[in-house]
Design a protein. Structure first.
Length: 276
């Protein structure tokens, strides 16, 4: 492993087969923020300054996304393993892990793999494999990949931005512009190349009852049915999980309703047991 300095105030951790661009701001108990599919760490700008006033905030671009760029298709990995490697590199023993959508899946898998590293778990509109997608969302997911393969990355990115889960966010001009910029930077290797992501044992949905960390489940009131169902399962089956529906928000709750999300996040963080 190695480290290098990237542009835009980011640093880069070199891992086998990949580079992880990351940024650390603030001081205090660590909070890691993990982005959604096709997006990058910039989606957390509405939370960064708010949380950094009292916490050490770590944002990063997952392998194959944003400034982390393409990965070596011959080198196996897991996103949970990458997250834990970043914690090790930064000398962080325990952290609160927060993720949205794909990022929610990443932090859940990390908490199941290494619960001793997790002070608290925040899953926003999180992916939970094993809960059926609504037909419209599933068709739109498949279309983005098919368009990327048949017509190129520009077509795939355009199809992804047109997914129904982004519909409420697209009505907000500034948020829509930010989403467009992030998707434009997505390398698209998961669509058009070989992704050597490795199996991680049991599916999270099969072992949710084993999770023993403080958990918060958030979902947008107007998210697509698949994500509403996934969030309900997470809240119901994780012991002691808190559940909060963010009013007047779709899938991108942290960008669409930042003040409401920041308030709920702060309350959850303040009520966690002291870090050791």
């Amino acid at each position: 492993m190695g480290i290098e300095v990237a542009g835009g105030g980011c640093e880069v951790l070199a891992l086998p087969g990949a580079r992880l661009a990351y940024q650390v701001t603030g001081e205090g108990p660590a909070v890691v923020l993990v982005h959604g599919f096709g997006l990058d760490m910039r989606m957390w700008e509405p939370q960064e300054a708010h949380l950094a006033a009292r916490h050490r905030v770590i944002r990063y671009d997952c392998r194959g996304f944003g400034s982390s760029g393409p990965f070596d298709p011959a080198v196996g990995y897991t996103h949970a393993g990458d997250l834990l490697a970043l914690l090790d590199h930064l000398g962080i023993g325990r952290a609160v892990l927060a993720g949205l959508s794909f990022g929610g899946q990443v932090v859940l898998k990390t908490a199941l793999a290494a619960p001793q590293r997790v002070r608290g778990l925040v899953m926003m509109d999180a992916v939970l494999d094993g809960v059926p997608w609504d037909p419209e969302s599933l068709a739109a997911i498949r279309l983005a990949g098919e368009m990327a393969m048949s017509r190129g990355l520009l077509a795939g990115r355009a199809a992804w931005l047109a997914h129904p889960l982004f519909a409420p966010a697209r009505k907000l001009a500034e948020v829509s512009d930010q989403l467009t910029a992030m998707v434009a930077a997505y390398p698209g290797q998961h669509w058009i190349g070989r992704d050597p992501h490795e199996e991680e044992g049991q599916r999270p949905i099969d072992v949710l009852e084993q999770l023993d960390v403080p958990a918060l489940v958030l979902v947008g009131e107007h998210d697509v049915p698949g994500f509403l169902d996934m969030s309900a399962v997470l809240a119901r089956r994780i012991s002691g999980a808190r559940y909060h529906v963010v009013a007047d928000a779709g899938h991108m709750i942290n960008m669409e309703q930042p003040a409401a999300v920041n308030e709920v996040l702060t309350r959850f963080l303040d009520e966690l047991p002291s870090s050791t």
